[in-house]
Design a protein around this ligand. Structure first.
Ligand code: ADP
Length: 386
């Protein structure tokens, strides 16, 4: 494949932080990016060629994107697979990953069924349409359990833990629409692996340990503090997940490591993922560059880790929705090897992801626990002013 100037155009449905980092990674490859996003001046806007303003299911906006692009992808699961399919047919612009894979992933129940049937180890789960079914499922699965909205959940929104029979009615009422319930996995730690499907090739990135609080990802460290056997198992499970996925691109695979060393799938994201942000500084090829390479049909890059690397999310903590400024930036940037990624969101609200920091280890700080703690401390020095 040759490269001219301007190079090929990649259309991305969604222009949040993932679209922004895709835009940053596409530039050196000569790929121009156009995004569609409902928020004018979305986070990706300053670093991409253009933004089409439109909802993730606005077919006219997706069509506009398809007409201007040589390849189409999405950075958010709310992208409408039917619209993507029709636009691909009408414009001849290929969409990766496949809209049908997006459709499967959008429904947590369908996703778990499909992957479980393919032999991927998943927690025990049941479909829940009525409160009576919910009680029957809990009688089989036991307590505690996790009730999940089948569609539209993110950052733990849409998940309700159920501790005892007393919680059942309230938990069921808290979920809007169809749901599923699964056993509560008493995990040793959470792991994630970014996998990638290219044209006739595939890659997996080094295993990442992910730390969540209130079901939201807070920090990551790679290598994960799991045994080499568990890390190899995590990559194997990721390869089994990739075998079910259709279409080129990066897939974020979230996993549980149980105390007995078993690795279970939590869920898959058909796009770059928060647990892979550290690869920008930490790996020879970042997850964003890899996604651009994959979707545009280029060879995949090397996924080896350069050095042990940690990352920490900068989550907003103000009440209400308002303009915010970040304090402590110079102190953070003065730290050795600290990289800041600020997403440029015009407003903050509690627990909104506003940015992240990454720290590749220095030669004397390669221990993952030390690295994680130092990165967390650096992040905690960043505060929001209303
Ligand atoms: P979302 O799609 O909103 O990110 P997930 O289903 O991935 O939600 O859950 C978010 C977090 O909630 C997980 O990373 C994990 O910490 C916790 N969690 C989810 N499912 C389970 C489960 N079955 N057992 C224990 N913890 C769970």
């Amino acid at each position: 494949m040759s490269l001219g100037s301007p190079g090929p155009t990649l259309g991305v449905v969604g222009g949040g932080q993932l679209g922004r980092m895709l835009g940053e990674a596409a530039g050196p490859l000569g790929v121009e990016v156009v995004v569609s996003d409902p928020t004018p001046d979305c986070p990706a806007a300053p670093v991409v060629r253009d933004q089409v303003v439109g909802d993730f299911d606005d077919e006219a906006a997706i069509r506009d994107l398809g007409e201007r692009a040589d390849y189409l992808t999405f950075e958010i699961e709310l992208a409408d697979p039917d619209a993507l399919e029709r636009v691909a047919d009408a414009t001849g612009t290929p969409v990766h990953p496949a809209p049908d894979t997006l459709r499967v992933i959008q429904d947590k129940l369908v996703q778990k069924r499909r992957l479980g049937e393919a032999g991927v180890p998943v927690p025990a789960f049941r479909a829940v349409d009525t409160e009576a079914e919910f009680r029957e499922a809990l009688a089989e699965l036991g307590y505690p359990a996790m009730l999940k909205a089948r569609e539209g959940g993110y950052d733990g929104r849409g998940n309700v833990p159920v501790e005892s029979p007393d919680d059942v009615t309230e938990a069921f009422a808290a979920i809007d629409g169809p749901a599923m319930v699964e056993e509560f996995v008493d995990f040793e730690r959470e792991l994630a692996v970014m996998g990638c499907l290219g044209d006739d090739e595939q890659e997996t990135f080094p295993v990442t340990e992910t730390v969540h609080r209130e079901e939201i990802l807070r920090e990551t460290v790679s290598p994960a503090r799991a045994s080499p056997a568990v890390r190899e198992r995590a990559r194997e499970v990721t390869r089994d997940v990739l075998a079910v996925m259709e279409g080129r691109g990066v897939y974020g695979v979230e996993l549980f490591e149980r105390a007995d060393g078993a690795v279970l799938l939590n869920e898959v994201a058909p796009r770059p993922h928060n647990s892979g942000h550290w690869t920008i500084e930490g790996c020879h090829t970042s997850q964003f560059e890899q996604h651009v390479r994959a979707v545009t049909g280029r060879p995949l890059g090397a996924t080896e880790r350069r050095v042990p690397t940690a990352s920490a999310n900068i989550l907003c903590d103000v009440t209400g929705r308002q303009k915010v400024t970040l304090q402590g930036v110079d102190d953070a940037l003065a730290r050795d090897r600290l990289a800041l990624h600020w997403y440029g969101k015009r407003e903050g609200y509690r627990l909104r992801k506003m940015g992240h920091i990454t720290r590749p280890a220095a030669d004397d700080g390669r221990d993952p626990t030390t690295l994680l703690e130092a990165t967390r401390a650096a992040r905690d020095g960043l505060t929001f002013q209303e």
